[in-house]
Ligand binder design. Structure first.
Ligand code: SAM
Ligand code: SF4
Ligand code: SF4
Length: 386
């Protein structure tokens, strides 16, 4: 029976947010999830301490990437000396499938594969095929989607579609080659990402989204050009506020362009009106063009937080469950998976972990919070999955 192991913590006072922030001394080892003494039958009603139900799971399938986006994997940190995970540390396809299956018995309906760059994981389509066979509690197939930088999408699109992937999100931060190359920092051209999106459309993906991270002073002048490009194309463009994820992207509030300003800039050229969310807990606020030529979304993770309805759990590349994008530690499910525990035991561990969840980082973020990197090191997005 797994026992809750209290990590060794010390504490500092973060004066701006007046909150005690724990610092792990035994860095690199996840917390042991508690299976509990009385096993209960898995169900889809587990709520966390703030009344939020588990619905979505994001799975990082690799911590590696062929881009070095300055806001995510800056070159100076993610160089040839960076300690990427060894292959044996990664969850295997069988382990990911088993875990997904267990999460589906707990009410999870939506799975997003991410990374790092998920298409770099060898034979990813084989994993997709395995996941596509899993049903949600209501008997319907899981909503299976993937976020990619699009760099090898032309090569992979047909295999992904055939394997049963339903939806795709492609990241693209501008149409100006010089700006995009500066942001991906590996000289990757815009045209190849656009070609990847075209390939996905050709093989029949209908629900394609494009994510643009907006960094004020870097690519915000590309907002209207991006809107114009995707307007009427069937692709839904979403603008994401630059976030203080990880501990290496040098975030500061001055580089955040509030989503309401994104909307205002587009409104000046193409009139927009707000529309209802597709479902409770949707992270993007939706807007449609008044002339009927499609919709856009804004993800205001910094200026209009949505922690109160956050239904997402994350599984890192090496099988740690994270309860928040900004967490600094995870729960070690890889060890549970590899130590002969039954599905029922693992399901109970997930339920107990979720039930104890308190996270609401974005609601308590202060301008100083992100600077506490020496003490409160947050995990990198490429490892935990965006
Ligand atoms: N490599 C894939 C990609 O870029 O689409 C998937 C992983 S990436 C970490 C997932 C998403 O997170 C991308 O859309 C990326 O733009 C976004 N992202 C990464 N760092 C971010 C940051 N600091 N603020 C906001 N979004 C960020
Ligand atoms: Fe790679 Fe995606 Fe991060 Fe860019 S945002 S460095 S493409 S993982
Ligand atoms: Fe969810 Fe954490 Fe983001 Fe809040 S800050 S929305 S709890 S992931």
């Amino acid at each position: 029976m797994a026992v809750w192991q209290k990590p060794r913590f010390t504490a500092i006072i973060a004066n701006m947010v007046e909150k005690v922030i724990p610092i792990r001394l035994d860095e690199g080892k996840g917390l042991t999830p508690s299976i509990g003494a009385q096993l209960v039958t898995p169900h889809g009603h587990t709520k966390d301490t703030r009344g939020r139900t588990l619905r979505d799971l994001r799975i990082s399938v690799t911590d590696r990437c062929n881009f070095r986006c300055t806001y995510c994997m800056p070159k100076e940190v993610f160089d040839q000396n960076y300690p990427y995970l060894a292959h044996k540390e990664l969850l295997s396809f069988e382990e990911i499938t088993r875990l997904t299956s267990i999460f589906s018995t707990l009410g999870v309906e939506k799975i997003r594969l991410t990374g790092g760059e998920p298409l770099l994981r060898k034979n990813l389509e084989v994993l997709i095929e395995m996941l596509a066979k899993i049903s949600a509690l209501d008997g319907k197939p899981l909503d299976l989607t993937l976020t990619t930088n699009g760099s090898i999408l032309r090569k992979k699109a047909a295999a992904l579609k055939a394997a049963g992937l339903q939806r795709l999100t492609v990241s693209l931060d501008g149409l100006d080659d010089a700006i995009f190359k500066k942001m991906n920092d590996v000289d990757f051209p815009v045209a190849d990402v656009l070609d990847g999106i075209a390939a996905a459309q050709e093989v029949g993906f209908q629900n394609i989204k494009v994510n643009m991270v907006v960094k004020k002073g870097t690519n915000d002048h590309e907002i209207v050009a991006m809107a114009k490009h995707f307007k009427g194309s069937g692709v839904i463009l979403r603008f994401i506020e630059f976030m203080d994820v990880g501990s290496s992207n040098g975030w500061n509030m001055e580089q955040v362009l509030p989503s309401k300003e994104v909307i205002a800039r587009i409104q000046e050229v193409f009139p927009l009106e707000p529309i209802e969310a597709n479902y409770a807990g949707e992270v993007a606020q939706r807007w449609r063009y008044v002339d009927g030529s499609g919709e856009i979304g804004v993800i205001s993770s910094v200026t209009q937080t949505f922690c109160h309805e956050c239904s997402r759990a994350r599984i890192s590349t090496d099988g740690q469950m994270y309860l928040c994008l900004f967490a600094n530690e995870g729960f070690d499910f890889k060890t549970l998976l590899r130590s002969g525990k039954s599905d029922l035991e693992i399901a109970n561990a997930v339920m107990n972990t979720w039930a104890a969840r308190e996270d609401h980082y974005s609601e308590i973020r202060g301008s100083n919070t992100a600077k506490l990197t020496s003490g409160n090191r947050k995990v990198e997005m490429s490892y935990i999955g965006g």
